[in-house]
Design a protein around this ligand. Structure first.
Ligand code: M6R
Length: 608
């Protein structure tokens, strides 16, 4: 989604704004722009459609001066990704950048046009600049005018503004979209997340819903949703600049795939007492793990992590589970059992539909548990309790290490529920905990299959359609594999439950259609083997991901076998995530797509 950076600094702002915008590229965007206050106090801006290098070319041709400025990467919602629609939007008095959607923009725009204001873009955002200007024309100060304009905005937004003739002033406001203030030495910053300000400072203040922050180089003043002065704590952001560097890797996605032994290890260690071989949950603030049922909600990859958790919570936890996609759940008025809790899975913690689903559950007095990667994000803060995933900042748009970290936290939750429900004995808990503790090593072993996958990926890159099959807990892994492939290679892919094949999808099988099967040699392997035979009999090209025993069993029908270390069935979804990620990644590299910023996708979907 869109990214915001603002700087009230000491040196020239424009190069630093561009540097910060590059850190925000991972969020997905299709145009970019910056505005600064020049030495005479006038607002000047440069904007470009496409990549940030296009903006840099504009700035090289016509540099911007001044130590104060704002910058933006735009992911188009209202209006095409043209230069005219790129932010900042400006009048002679104010320049603004905006994330989110202003729902009542049409009415506001008509009113402002009727008042004589001229619009240059098709965006909803431009009304903000005109509203603030109109208020300033009535004699209000920038601070009063911004507060007054914000009161009239409906929808979700985070904004940052600078004002002509005010070289020591920047104002930020949030409602529904996150906004962070960075505190430097004699400098202040504003960003859509902590990564935006991380090149300049590690001291950050997360603004709350409804906050307006007035920044000067001397510090910040925050007023809350009720227009009262508010104190917000200063946090130290530990993600740091290093987290946003690729190191020796070609892409962030590759780096993040290879970080998984560490990120799963860190997450598992958070919930496991290795000496006592038991799970230890943090304070869950009234979430009763001995409930009868649970609802698990997320979008995209986070939803698939929830689907794996459904199997775990039922099998090991002994409770009934319903999973849903947040965008469906929030509008279907679901009914809940009396003894239930809800779980919200999200990397960013800002996904609009997941957040709305959480708010719905809270209104129904259901306890809410957030499995979230970004600390202090909206879902993190609004949930009753949280199970952090410790993946660190994930930059690649295609989620990898966040997925396995989500699985790590959810696996621990399933064990904790099993204990609370009396569904697991101490011995069984010990076995599952030992299996969890082995997982980072198994993931490291699974990463060594990259050279074998490389050759298969070369072939997959020629395909037009790819099917992914899995059974039981590996059905969601098949869904995730198909999502990964289509996201970054743009090859059409579908995931199916292997047993569903003969009910329709088998019609798609021919000699041109690779079929990737996630099939560890577990209790369901023989059933999946039958489905593989059905594919082979119709000329389908089988790519089987399995272990040594499974490899022997399907050697005569598989075109390719990707061999993964044998592991406890409980943790197999974590280990089998690695080859499906590598397969998608290497296929996309062969195709030469923009792996880290695939077309049309945003890292964090903060609009409905
Ligand atoms: O930040 P979230 O985990 O809530 O995001 C949910 C989805 O938008 C996300 O998982 C998306 O599907 C990824 N691009 C998958 O790789």
């Amino acid at each position: 989604m869109c990214g915001i950076i603002g700087i009230l600094g000491a040196g020239p702002a424009a190069p630093r704004l561009v540097e910060a915008l590059k850190r925000l590229e991972y969020r997905g965007y299709d145009s970019a722009g910056v505005a600064t206050l020049d030495d005479s106090g006038a607002l000047t801006r440069r904007r470009a459609s496409g990549k940030i290098r296009n903006l840099e070319a504009e700035l090289d041709a016509a540099p911007l001066s001044g130590p104060a400025g704002i910058g933006h990467t735009r992911w188009a919602t209202h209006g095409a990704p043209t230069t005219a629609n790129a932010h900042p939007h400006a009048t002679d008095k104010v320049a603004i950048v905006h994330n989110g959607i202003i729902e009542n923009f049409r009415a506001l725009r008509e009113e402002l046009i009727a008042g004589g204001r001229k619009f240059e873009s098709e965006t909803d955002s431009e009304v903000i600049a005109h509203l603030i200007s109109a208020e300033m024309d009535k004699g209000l100060s920038p601070e009063q005018a911004t507060a007054s304009a914000v009161r009239r905005l409906e929808g979700a937004f985070a904004i940052a503004c600078i004002f002509s003739g005010h070289d020591d002033l920047m104002i930020g406001a949030r409602k529904g979209s996150p906004l962070v203030v960075g505190l430097g030495d004699g400098e202040v910053f504003i960003g859509s997340d902590a990564i935006a300000v991380s090149p300049f400072t590690t001291r950050v203040v997360y603004l709350d819903e409804g906050d307006i922050a007035v920044l000067t180089r001397a510090g910040i003043k925050v007023t809350d949703a009720h227009e009262r002065l508010a104190a917000r704590p200063v946090h130290v952001f530990s993600g740091g600049v290093a987290a946003a560097e690729k190191g020796n890797h070609r892409h962030f996605m590759q780096k993040e795939i290879y970080e998984q032994p560490e990120t799963t290890g860190r997450t598992i260690a958070r919930y496991v007492n290795a000496f006592e071989e038991r799970v230890e949950m943090p304070d869950l603030d009234g979430v009763d793990l001995a409930a009868d049922s649970a609802i698990v909600i997320g979008c995209g990859t986070a939803h698939y992590a929830g689907r794996v958790a459904e199997y775990w919570l039922e099998q090991y936890g002994g409770i009934s589970v319903e999973t849903d996609i947040a965008s469906e759940f929030r509008y279907r008025r679901p009914a809940f059992g009396k003894k239930a809790f809800s779980v919200f899975v999200s990397q960013s913690g800002e996904t609009a539909d997941t957040l709305a689903a959480l708010r719905y559950c809270k209104e129904q007095n259901l306890k809410t548990l957030a499995v979230v990667n970004v600390p202090e994000s909206s879902i993190w803060r609004e949930a009753d309790a949280r199970l952090p995933t410790l993946a660190g900042p994930e930059i690649g748009v295609a989620s990898t290490k966040a997925f396995t970290a989500q699985l790590s936290s959810l696996a621990a939750l399933a064990i904790a529920v099993g204990r609370a429900k009396g569904a697991l004995s101490t011995q069984e808990e010990g076995r599952l905990v030992r299996a969890l503790m082995e997982t980072p090593r198994l993931i490291a072993d699974a990463l060594t299959v990259e050279p074998e996958i490389e050759a298969i990926a070369h072939e997959l890159a020629q395909a037009r359609d790819v099917l992914y099959l899995g059974r039981g807990v590996h059905y969601p892994i098949a869904l995730e594999g198909a999502l990964k492939l289509k996201e970054i290679s743009y090859i059409h892919a579908e995931g199916y439950a292997a047993g569903e094949l003969k009910h329709g999808p088998i019609a798609l099988i021919d000699e041109h259609t690779p079929v990737v099967v996630v099939a560890p040699h577990d209790a369901l392997f023989e059933k999946t083997l039958s489905n593989m035979q059905e594919v082979a009999a119709r000329g389908g090209k089988l790519v089987v991901i399995t272990d040594a025993v499974g490899a022997v069993a399907c050697a005569d029908i598989a075109k390719h076998i990707i061999m993964i270390p044998a592991c406890d069935p409980f943790v197999a979804p974590l280990v089998y995530s690695v080859p499906i990620q590598l397969l998608a990644y290497l296929t996309a590299v062969h195709k030469g797509t923009d792996v880290d910023q695939p077309r049309n996708l945003a890292k964090s979907v903060t609009v409905e």
